[in-house]
Design a protein. Structure first.
Ligand code: FAD
Ligand code: SF4
Length: 423
């Protein structure tokens, strides 16, 4: 059997590994370890907020090692480093976001259809909505914002409504990419440093595991180290990427409302889609612990998330983001924040008691964007012919929408192309 090495076990890597395991000898190399959800109860952790213990967001890594934070002047980048990639930290939103792909001639209808049968995607969670969620939904309807229940990677019957979706689901009610890796060989804590390439062919993958240097022979290599990891792996292997990083910045707008318990609710239960951003209820744990304006009781905050499709401009170098929002990004964020303020005031919030969260982002991608010329091969001419990129890096534009489902649809199509050409 021919050997496939997959670098990264997130949305793209895990789906490619699952698909190719039928016909190839597949090994996944993953820089992080096994994912473990946050073990300590949030209410106990919240008691230490007043002590000044939570002064830097990077401290999260001590409690939740699979969550990584890169702090930059304007924004905080959140990403996953562990089996399942960032999908273990995801809120579970399952959204088709392929407008940009369609525009360059890539139609993934078959793959989205397959995914809808293979994964537990549902909108049947409305019966669990709390009073505050229902009220927010009504107000947004009255404002003609067209809120719609969010499709979720979820088994609603097992959901405990704990609101922990983005720090690890304790009951596995929320699906994540680890489920695709059952029965597949995964080398954990194994960070790929570079790919040896000669004669337009990827020959060996170099990695480090603890103090050991490892080498993996491969007939086909798939780079799926995420929008944050893939550019470094490619550049270390002599393949350049473009400074077209997008991150889908997130800003929460919140108000105090005593005892509403938005913290005990599925995160992002519904969504209003605007042209360049979405608005959705979201308890922002990052701000709750690390932003001084959020020193309120956990059950007395109503928070709305704005997720923006940012201008594709930025870079990653050696795991460090270089990204500043453009004036247009700021203008769109300000417009969305005004809408959120209006929603909160209609729900009864005091105008002077509305506060903002910490600007952060969790959807890095776009540094090896697919083009029209690559619509049938999904393979950049910059890559050796047996090396494919299969993650958010190949998305042609920022989405301002949850990308996992679309990345997995792309991974499926790329796997079919690999199976047809390399078996
Ligand atoms: C808090 C949060 C909530 C989110 N919620 C949602 C949501 O509800 N719905 C949605 O669609 N999206 C959501 N996202 C985004 C989504 O999780 C990511 O866009 C998606 O997982 C990206 O898939 P990927 O395959 O590109 O990379 P990832 O899933 O990030 O996987 C990349 C993997 O590669 C590994 N890796 C990196 N470098 C190396 C290396 N050198 N060697 C070996 N391995 C390496 C990493 O450790 C990681 O496991 C969320 C993100 C965050 C941060
Ligand atoms: S709210 Fe439901 S899906 Fe989210 S973490 Fe809790 S149990 Fe899991």
């Amino acid at each position: 059997m021919k050997k496939v090495i997959v670098i990264g076990s997130g949305a793209g890597g895990a789906m490619a590994a699952r698909m190719l395991a039928r016909d190839f000898d597949v090994t996944v190399l993953e820089a992080g370890g096994e994912f473990k959800p946050l073990a300590l109860p949030l209410d106990k952790l919240a008691m230490f907020r007043k002590t000044g213990l939570y002064f830097d967001e990077r401290l999260i890594q001590l409690l939740l090692p699979s969550m990584r934070i890169d702090k930059q002047k304007e924004m905080i980048m959140v990403y996953g480093r562990g089996v399942g990639g960032t999908t273990t930290l995801a809120t579970g939103n399952a959204v088709r976001a392929d407008e940009g792909l369609k525009r360059i001639g890539i139609c993934l209808d078959d793959e989205f259809d397959e995914l809808s049968h293979e994964l537990p995607v549902t909108t049947a969670h409305q019966r669990f909505w709390s009073q505050v969620t229902k009220k927010t939904f009504q107000v947004m309807q009255q404002m003609d914002l067209d809120p719609q229940p969010m499709p979720k990677f979820l088994r609603p019957g097992s959901c405990r409504l704990c609101g922990h979706c983005s720090i690890g689901c304790p009951s596995r009610a929320k699906w994540d990419a680890r489920e695709l890796l059952d029965g597949i060989r995964v080398e954990k804590d194994c960070r790929v440093t570079r790919i040896e390439i000669s004669d337009n062919k990827a020959k060996k993958v170099h990695a480090v595991k603890g103090l050991k240097h490892l080498f993996f022979d491969a007939d086909v290599v798939i780079v799926a180290a995420g929008g944050y990891g893939t550019p470094d792996v490619l550049r270390a292997s002599g393949i350049d990427c473009q400074p077209t990083l997008f991150v889908d910045p997130v800003l929460c707008v919140a108000a105090t409302m005593q005892g509403v318990k938005q913290n005990r609710q599925l995160l992002m239960p519904f969504v209003s889609r605007r042209e360049k951003y979405i608005i959705s209820p979201y308890m922002d744990w990052l701000s709750f612990f690390f932003n001084r304006s959020w020193r309120k009781p956990m059950d007395g905050i109503v928070s709305l998330m704005i997720k923006l499709a940012d201008v594709e401009q930025g870079d990653v170098h050696k795991g460090k983001m270089e990204k500043l929002l453009t004036p247009l990004d700021h203008q769109r964020l300000a417009e969305a924040a005004d809408i959120c303020r209006e929603i909160l005031m209609r729900m009864g919030a005091d105008k002077n008691d509305i506060f903002l969260g910490t600007l952060n982002a969790g959807h890095p991608g776009g540094m090896l964007p697919l083009t029209e010329a690559e619509a049938s091969t999904l393979h950049s001419p910059l890559l050796p012919h047996n090396l494919y990129v299969c993650d958010a890096s190949i998305l042609p534009q920022s989405l301002g929408l949850p990308p996992m489902l679309t990345i997995m649809a792309l991974a499926k199509r790329i796997s079919k192309i690999i199976a047809a050409n390399w078996k």
